[in-house]
Design a binder for this molecule. Sequence first.
Ligand SMILES: [Cu+2]
Length: 392
Amino acid sequence: MIIGRPRYLLFLITLTACRAFSGAQEVKRVPNHGQNARQMPMHTKTEMSQQDKHGVVRAYFIAADEIDWDYTPHGRNIMGMPFPETGDTEAGPPLSHRIYHKAVYREYTDASFRVLKIRPQQWEHLGILGPLIRAEVGDSVRTVFKNNTHLSVTMHPHGLEYKKDAEGALYNDGTAGTVKLDDTIAPGHTYTYIWTVPERSGPAAMDESSVLWMYHSHFVESTDINTGLVGPIIVTRRGSARADGSPKDVDREFIADFSIFDETDSWFFERNAGKQARALRSNALNPALREEHALYTINGYSEGNLPMMTMKKGEHVRWYLLSSTNEDDIHMAHWHGNTAVWNKMRMDSVFLGPMAMATADMMPDNEGIWLFHCHVADHFKGGMVGRYEVLP
Ligand SMILES: [Cu+2]
């Protein structure tokens, strides 16, 4: 169903006004969680050196921040690929950078949200994605979330177990009061989400030792995601994880999000494209405008800008693949040069429907720099292309 933006804005204003006049104190959003979650020992990821049989609480400090994101930081078509269409428009040759104002999840060192946590080199390729949240079955995940944007946003996890005070989604679910505080985090506010990781959040019998989930903002879901608010979660089977939560039987992990960012559906579209575009924003009314502002990306990088994903021959490499929410987020993630096993089957391509989450294992035996791209023609031509490298 398509609902006009003015209605959303009216809704937002009404919601903010209701909050302001509700007499509620400034929201120190400490939810009313069950005793079990409260009493579990809490560690930061770096503090964890041992895990008891009941699991640990993995602590994260994540903010939604506004940034200017460059989809092509190193330039256009750095793959050097021949295309029948050059991407030139009637207005002239394409700009070398495609920069849009966006909102993204970023990790901080503590609840003061003053110091950004440096992303480890292993995860540099995550690009626009939020910080990786990890857990082993039996753990809990405690995320202090701060909304530094001008938008109303949330964190809504897939796969993990949440109660009504940690779902991060606003709808008529028959609840009221404090259990709705997680549904909309207003600008400047903070909320603590606690999610648990029971068996049903981890690998099933046919899975390998870890599975991929995602989290994203679920205020106006598709708009939030097209604005940039999405990130990965990995859950490892109980007893199969290292102290940091990574699966013991895997040498190297990569996450690749095959996403079309529909910038006409971003909260910042008017800011990015100008108010004159506003009336013509919908895909149905103006497909050409939508196409002009559709970015075909892997982890928010287009046209070969994805950082090189490097591995060694013979390693056990796990690929976690996901995709975005738009109707045309139908992808075929394809590796040149090597094969992988997905769902017990030998593949060199994995199909991803909208909001898909998939895991594939590779034992690279073929050295070199190899193409890694979506095999859907329009997406390939649009720039959903990256590379990976197998070293001796
Ligand atoms: Cu695709």
